[in-house]
Design a binder for this molecule. Sequence first.
Ligand code: FES
Length: 211
Amino acid sequence: MPVPYTKLVIEHFKHPHNVGEIKNADVKVTEGSPACGDMLTLYLKVDPETHVIEDIKFQSFGCASNIATGSILTDIVKGKKIEEAAKITWKDAVKALGGLPTVKIHCSVLAADALHSAVEIYMEKTGLVKEKKPTTKEIVMSKLSHVVDPLTGIDVVRSGLIKTIHIKDGIVTVILDLPKEHQFAKNIEEEILERLEHLWDVTAVKVIFEG
Ligand code: FES
């Protein structure tokens, strides 16, 4: 049976570009796929003056299509301004790869979602977002819907792990229905901090494990 991948997909899968981590990254973000439970972590380093993406790296815990998309997507946005990177979609990546099998499209969506999350966090962090909305429980929930429990591959909102969210005087408290001995408690806490700490009206984020 022939392999349903283009030559370029196989090339990027076998020899992916921009793999690894950036130690002093401006943004590190992990995105999970609701379709398959796989994950991709993206690191971004941006020139503070020009807003040009100086470096971008990824680590994939997904399939061949995901690795190939991560590779080509990071190639596409490297050297672009952050605002331009925000406009790049999974369709651009799939087109650049010469296509992907339909059942593998979600793998490219995962990579593009990680890019968009990283860009969004950078823009929020640096005040590039024009409209500054006050942080509400809805906003917190929508941010947390991107935080994945590595054990299940499902985000903490869909898996019902959020017990309560309090917001008072700039302090966001997230109470999780998870024991603090959970093997990924530290990772989940870090992810939550990454998603919330930089918001313009948030002064502190507390994560409490109450499982
Ligand atoms: Fe999960 Fe491709 S099947 S990323």
